[in-house]
Design a protein around this ligand. Structure first.
Ligand code: SF4
Length: 691
């Protein structure tokens, strides 16, 4: 048989899966994707890519792809034309505002959408509806990073360019499994270790990098803050701190030193289960390194005290003088979704306008009004609802219209049964989607959306890097980009949002947000990528932050004296195991894209990782079906017996909504940001051979 026909077009774009931001070359012929290849000169991936971008693109032509708008009639979703769908949505929004005021409408924007789309959505909510109730799914993953890093250093992003890892001589990787969740970064970290860097892994599971670690700290889930305080105390008591840096550029040392009196290694061992000897060894490795680096993930943030976890981790870099000095790769979060950073950068947040400007600040609203051509009084001053509050308001009957842009909240949000109840209680749910997801099934208006391979715009990756996204292919059927849909819905309401193209939207955002003042499509096309802040149209971005002063009000880094507090749930007699959820290498979040590709052959179901000792206790074998039950719900999974989880702990992903994993997870959430506590749920197993 003839081989594949050669491509005719190569499009350079940015991966739409995880937040690493790999630069890709999409080879197409007509409407056919011939191959997706890593760009050799990609600034982050340097010629590498993973199993998701390379092979998980067949979803684009899946027969299940939505190609026409759908409208619910008599309880069923039926295909209709765009005009009818938009008219129905517009009438529903008007009715919601008429009945409950602007606060009766909310929008969940998407970390998978482009910056320009997120910018437009927040502008729509603030100027057309008149509410700040717009949020994005970073609420559910890295909102504690935003809160913790900005409190410690002043800005809501990682402190350095990942290139600085190349100089690191000790890596502390905390609560992250980059080998599976961010494979290109996992490979670069491993390369660094193989070239001689020491490695400390802090994670309850024996994740991919742990096998290469000098010290693997395995805290009980939910005890990070105590663990990091234990490390900080060793740095202090053994003189492994940067005295000059602490004196010149830091506040909060006396308070932290006093708090750390309560965290001697033996007490930390009692709380976390980490042997004191390992704690001390890890602290000495980090503390004696010339160029220490911290990389962390959702294992730090998705906790009842996730923001405290970020602050306690930041304490280590501050004590060591490893941030803002060029002596180390400070504190850097690995972002889960392709544009988690950008969605928040663009102001799809209930309290912040683009560029992290407080909506409560009159001067900020004045600036926005000048750029948007409206009166400052028209921009609401009161912060809007966060995602969990939107669901609560819908259940209470206070939210009458919810607009969900590309998020499968019924599959990915915690306590999913109550999320579904919220959608059922809300009179109007509008959903943009690629497929009839668990959420779209419950919507009243479903609008077919373009995928990342079909869009024009930009993403911001995990190290604050603006990169171009270019359409390699046209959306199928009548599907449109989220950008076009937002404009069309505004027009259906008689409003004109301006900025007709993605380039114009980013240019407008640049006028509004000083952090991004020098960013433009034209510049990105010419120069390739820019790390924010980019305050000047001609100046470079700042890959490494805080070299002269921190962006806090006093210009100093702030240590945090936050005491360890226990998680929302702990195992007991009824629910004796702790469930941790996360990701597998072949799939991405709800799996709506990757399940419709050949990657299904690599991972066909959600599996429950179980330690051999627990498997023996329950009489379970590899591949057995098992029911997992928490206080909130029930999931059906397939047992995978492995040594990665510690005894008493189980792990699973949430890539297959049919398994119902997020009916298990609780409503406990970070006390500062409302980020759910996905990493600690008390569960029990129900099985035929049950113990
Ligand atoms: Fe895409 Fe992330 Fe894989 Fe890079 S590592 S190719 S950004 S999924």
């Amino acid at each position: 048989p003839p081989g594949p026909r050669p491509p005719t077009t190569t499009t350079r774009t940015t991966c739409g899966y995880c937040g690493v931001g790999c630069t890709l070359e999409v080879l197409t012929r007509g409407e056919e994707t011939v191959a997706v290849l890593p760009a050799r000169d990609g600034p982050v991936n340097r010629g590498h890519a993973c199993v998701k971008s390379r092979f998980a693109h067949a979803f684009r032509t899946s027969p299940e792809r939505l190609t026409r708008p759908l409208l619910r009639r008599d309880g069923r979703l039926e295909p209709v034309g765009w005009d009818e769908a938009l008219d129905h949505a517009a009438r529903g929004l008007r009715a919601a505002v008429a009945a409950g005021g602007p606060e009766a409408v909310a929008a969940i924007s998407s970390a998978r959408a482009t910056n320009e789309e997120n910018y437009l959505i927040q502008k729509f909510m603030r100027t057309v509806i008149g509410t700040n109730s717009v949020d994005n799914c970073s609420r559910l993953c890295h909102s504690p990073s935003a809160a913790g890093l900005s409190a410690a250093f002043g800005l809501s992003g990682g402190t350095d360019s990942f290139d600085d890892v190349e100089r690191a001589d000790c890596l502390l990787v905390a609560g992250a499994n980059p080998v599976e969740a961010h494979p290109v970064i996992g490979a670069r970290l491993l390369q660094r270790v193989l070239r001689g860097a020491r490695l400390v892994v802090a994670d309850p599971r024996a994740v991919g990098l742990a096998g290469h670690a000098d010290v693997h700290l395995r805290p009980r889930p939910g005890t990070n803050v105590a663990l990091f305080h234990g490390l900080a105390r060793v740095l202090l008591t053994e003189g492994l701190t940067d005295e000059e840096f602490l004196r010149e550029r830091v506040t909060g040392l006396p308070e932290l030193a006093e708090l750390l009196e309560d965290y001697p290694p033996k007490r930390v061992e009692a709380i976390t289960g980490v042997p004191a000897v390992d704690l001390v060894a890890a602290a000495r490795l980090y503390g004696r390194a010339k160029q220490p680096a911290i990389v962390y993930g959702l294992g730090v943030t998705e906790h009842l005290h996730g923001t405290d976890g970020v602050r306690a981790l930041a304490n280590l870099a501050i004590l060591r003088g490893a941030v803002g000095t060029g002596r180390g790769y400070g504190v850097n979060p690995l972002r889960g979704q392709n544009n988690v950073q950008g969605a928040s950068d663009m102001g799809a947040l209930p309290d912040l306008l683009p560029g992290y400007q407080k909506v409560t600040d009159p001067a900020t609203r004045e600036r926005a009004a000048r750029v948007w051509g409206c009166e400052a009084a028209e921009i609401p001053a009161r912060p809007g609802l966060r995602i969990p509050d939107m669901f609560a308001a819908a259940r209470a009957g206070d939210l009458r219209a919810l607009w969900i842009i590309g998020e499968d909240v019924c599959a990915t949000d915690p306590d999913a049964t109550r999320v579904a109840q919220a959608l059922e209680a809300c009179p109007l749910v509008i959903c943009h989607e690629l497929f009839l997801s668990e959420t779209a099934r419950r919507a009243d208006v479903v609008l077919p959306a373009a995928s990342w391979l079909e869009k024009d715009g930009t993403f911001v990756n995990f190290d604050r890097r603006f990169q171009r996204v270019r359409p390699a292919l046209a959306p199928p059927g009548q599907a449109r980009s989220d950008f076009a849909i937002v404009h069309a819905l505004a027009a259906a309401l008689g409003a004109d949002l301006g900025c007709a193209t993605p380039a114009a939207a980013l240019a407008e955002c640049a006028r509004l947000a000083p952090l991004f003042a020098g960013v433009s499509h034209e510049r990105l096309d010419r120069e390739g990528a820019l790390c924010w802040p980019v305050p000047d149209p001609d100046g470079p971005g700042e890959a490494r932050l805080y070299t002269e002063r921190f962006a806090t009000a006093d210009g100093r880094a702030h240590l945090a004296a936050c005491p360890y507090l226990p998680p929302g749930e702990e195992p007991d007699e009824d629910y004796p195991l702790v469930l941790v959820t996360g990701r597998r290498w072949a799939h991405y979040n709800s799996g709506n894209m990757t399940r419709r590709t050949g990657n299904l052959r690599l991972e066909a179901v959600d599996r429950l990782d179980l330690h051999p000792a627990d498997a023996a206790r329950y009489g379970l074998r590899d591949g057995d079906p098992v029911t997992v039950e928490s206080r909130h719900g029930r999931a059906r999974l397939t047992v995978r017996i492995c040594g990665e989880t510690a005894p008493g702990q189980v792990f699973c992903a949430f890539h297959f909504p049919a398994s119902g994993v997020n009916t298990l997870t609780s409503g406990h959430a970070d006390t500062v940001t409302s980020c759910p506590e996905y990493k600690v749920t008390a569960v029990r197993l129900l099985c035929d051979r049950g113990a």
